[in-house]
Design a protein around this ligand. Structure first.
Ligand code: HEC
Ligand code: HEC
Length: 483
């Protein structure tokens, strides 16, 4: 009973530890707390993390009831998200005839973001941020992007991936962004240790069924074991064996693998919500970043800023997999990784993932002057990137990241507003993602709100107030395509 009373008081930290260890005692207590919160006790502070524990897990609802309700709601949820995308973007496909990702998927040409009625990119960039905010003129596609069902959140995988791995389908939701604006699937794999081999993926998505045949003879057994763990499924909030899952089949080996999102060490653009933020409406949608080039990076996570790849590997599974909620984690079967023999092996493999080759760049990470004439758009774009456009102040070569975080203060262009359940407000400091290989990892920004490189240039031109002309913006894109 002490534990139950503790639950109602404000101090949650020691409770978390007790909760994880003594699930059998705590679950009934949680049930009690849940009904108390329902009666309005927690109203002053807003709902706590525990209130998100699904009714199914608390025994308030059956799997079947939830399944029927979620399925019935799905068409309306998806239609609402589709409408939002159409308001924000022109989703017409404009594949570049020349520019392809490593394995041949065409890169889409933008900008896809729609302008407010009657404005041009030029007229918009001549207005002050206050004017844009006060008159609601910030393009909708530049605002934070919500998860298709923000109140539920959770891991969501693109259709192209589910086609190959049907276990990743959810019954309540489909992925929202069109496949043409996503990375290629499966993507190429480049190893820092064997650049001579080029792409070692053999055109396959690496899974627990094929990793040995793909990597035998290229990796040592420790890295191979690290890779095995990266492609092994472990239970997670929506994909697990409890009645609270969002997958229809009660498969014995429910769960997700690291490489379900970071496919082939790159990304499938799978999404979920950041674990650290509360309440739910403030949690950001996060787009899976590529793991290519993590060897030269020093901060991990768009906001968490964990300092080592080992820490991120360890805590991705313990925390992010379960919405940052240790109680759910315990109930759904968290798999704590052992630091010395598992976390390190997994991390060491990740550190081998290289950026894709950039044949236009020389040893200093800049364009090779023998390959580009001084008046070429690429060379002019490079001069802008390191000069007038100010990009290099945060994205210096040769890896095009300063390994730091910056608050771009995007919120000076918009009023706080709620978009399909997401409160779009100040974003705070975000990791400066590297721009090496950038054409291969759309969509862009931490939440994937920008669909093409042209959109990113329009976005930064406005945010940084650098007032580039139309030919200058084209030149900048030409340079980004070389990275
Ligand atoms: C739902 C898909 C998903 C799964 C599964 C997943 N990740 Fe991630 N990963 C993400 C997202 C999204 C981020 C960005 C997090 C953020 O912005 O804070 C991320 C970030 C990372 C980062 C930091 C990258 C950077 O550029 O800062 C590393 C390293 C990482 N994940 C490794 C792993 C490992 C190891 C596993 C398995 C234990 C794993 N991930 C499983 C989606 C996933
Ligand atoms: C003040 C520092 C700063 C400057 C200057 C800056 N960036 Fe960035 N850049 C960032 C940060 C921080 C992010 C991540 C923002 C986010 O995810 O919300 C980012 C993200 C990006 C991305 C998307 C990366 C990805 O993986 O999604 C692109 C592309 C980009 N920047 C291009 C540029 C260009 C082009 C310029 C110059 C016109 C520029 N940046 C100037 C800090 C900066």
């Amino acid at each position: 009973m002490h534990t139950c009373r503790g639950m109602r008081s404000g101090s949650r930290r020691p409770l978390l530890i007790v909760a994880v260890v003594l699930m059998s005692v705590v679950v009934p207590c949680l049930t009690a707390r849940y009904s108390i919160a329902q009666e309005g006790e927690a109203q002053d502070a807003g709902p706590s993390s525990y209130d998100q524990l699904a009714p199914v897990l608390l025994g308030k609802e059956t799997f079947k009831t939830m399944l029927t309700r979620d399925k019935a709601e799905k068409p309306a949820v998806m239609a609402r998200q589709q409408k939002l995308l159409e308001e924000r973007y022109d989703l017409t496909l404009r594949p570049d005839p020349e520019l392809k990702m490593s394995r041949g998927k065409p890169v889409q040409v933008g900008p896809a973001v729609k302008l407010p009625e009657g404005l041009t990119w030029k007229s918009l960039s001549e207005m002050s941020s206050e004017h844009i905010r006060d008159k609601n003129l910030f393009p909708k596609g530049f605002l934070p992007l919500p998860h298709p069902k923000h109140a539920a959140g959770g891991m969501l995988f693109p259709q192209m991936e589910i086609k190959q791995l049907p276990r990743l389908a959810r019954f309540d939701l489909d992925f929202d962004l069109p496949e043409a604006f996503l990375p290629e699937f499966p993507p190429a794999i480049y190893l820092t240790t064997r650049p001579d081999l080029g792409d070692v993926s053999q055109g396959k998505a690496v899974t627990v069924d094929n990793f040995q045949e793909i990597f035998r003879g290229i990796l040592n057994s420790k890295d191979l074991e690290g890779l095995r763990l990266l492609v092994t499924q472990f239970p997670q909030q929506q994909f697990n064996a409890t009645a609270d899952r969002k997958t229809e089949l009660p498969v014995a080996m429910q769960g997700v693998a690291c490489f379900d999102c970071h496919v082939n060490g790159h990304t499938s653009a799978a999404t979920h919500l950041a674990g650290d933020i509360r309440p739910q409406s403030h949690r950001r949608r996060i787009d899976t970043p590529s793991l290519r080039g993590v060897n030269i990076q020093r901060l991990f996570g768009s906001q968490r800023a964990l300092k080592t790849i080992e820490d991120f590997t360890e805590f991705e599974q313990r925390a992010a997999y379960f919405d940052g909620d240790p109680v759910s984690a315990a109930a759904k079967g968290v798999n704590p990784l052992e630091r010395g023999s598992q976390v390190h092996f997994m991390s060491e493999f990740q550190e081998l993932l290289n950026f894709p080759p950039a044949p236009g760049l020389s040893w200093d990470g800049k364009l090779d002057p023998k390959k580009f004439a001084p008046e070429s758009p690429e060379m002019q774009g490079q001069a802008l990137f390191f000069g007038k456009a100010r990009c290099a102040e945060c994205h210096p070569g040769p890896y095009y990241t300063d390994n730091s975080m910056h608050d771009l203060m995007v919120d000076r262009f918009y009023k706080t507003q709620t978009i399909n359940g997401l409160v779009a407000t100040q974003q705070g400091p975000i990791k400066t993602f590297t721009l090496r290989g950038i054409k291969e990892s759309p969509p862009y920004l931490h939440d994937g709100r920008l669909l093409t490189l042209e959109d990113t240039v329009e976005f930064f031109n406005l945010i940084l107030e650098v007032k580039l002309s139309s030919p200058e913006k084209q030149a900048l894109v030409a340079f980004l395509r070389q990275l």
